[in-house]
Design a protein around this ligand. Structure first.
Ligand code: GRF
Length: 199
């Protein structure tokens, strides 16, 4: 069950760990069909949280180090998320593996900067470059208990150019990644409208 926002649209919660440009794309998207009701992070002092604050969206920080164990952190994050009753949780550059409490209570979409199932994990762009692939890209997928193993929702391809660095390639991937994430969330929200009890 989800709670419609004051605007009558479903709510989503976005999890971030860094600059939050994917979050910003969701905040700026016209006709998203849902509202970002909160932004959560695993650390303080990041631009992703500042973007949310500038947009007047509630934020929360749930640090692994503030909990006696990873399992306790998972439970705390699940409880924090549940308070917002999101239709989905979007992991947009959230650099932590989610645990069973979060995944048992929420449907989670992740965005990943490689063409899964190639190059899962935290260094996907570096790994793709080191492997010498000529085409890489980004993937939006449902999160399951594995690392970047859940069902694929959408993908976009990016050519690797001569002289690319991890940074230059990642920036070009992120341009497509933001569009992909907006398209995926918009399509999901259109489905919720068709089936108001879904989610
Ligand atoms: C994205 O490429 C995401 O897939 C990866 O980290 C990047 C986050 O970018 N895990 P931003 O914080 O949304 O700018």
């Amino acid at each position: 069950m989800t709670t419609p926002t004051p605007a009558g649209r479903p709510g989503i919660v976005v999890l971030v760990s860094g600059s939050g440009t994917n979050l910003q794309a969701l905040l700026d998207a016209p006709d998203l069909g849902c509202d970002v009701v909160a932004v959560g992070a695993d650390r303080d002092g990041i631009e992703g949280l500042r973007r949310a604050e500038r947009a007047g969206i509630p934020t929360f920080v749930c640090r692994v180090g503030d909990h006696p164990s990873r399992a306790d952190w998972d439970l705390a994050l699940a409880a924090e998320l549940a308070g917002y009753r999101p239709a989905v949780v979007v992991s947009a550059g959230f650099m932590k593996i989610l645990g069973p409490a979060v995944l048992g209570g929420h449907r989670v979409v992740n965005t990943h900067p490689a063409l899964l199932p190639s190059f899962p994990g935290a260094h996907a762009v570096r790994d793709a470059l080191a492997h010498g692939v000529r085409v890489t890209g980004c993937t939006c997928h449902w999160v399951d208990a594995g690392v970047d193993t859940g069902p694929i929702i959408d993908q976009r391809a990016v050519r690797v150019e001569e002289g690319d660095t991890e940074e230059s390639l990642h920036e070009r991937i992120k341009v497509l990644e933001r569009d992909m994430l907006v398209d995926v969330v918009r399509a999901l929200a259109a489905g919720w409208k068709a089936e108001p009890d879904a989610g």
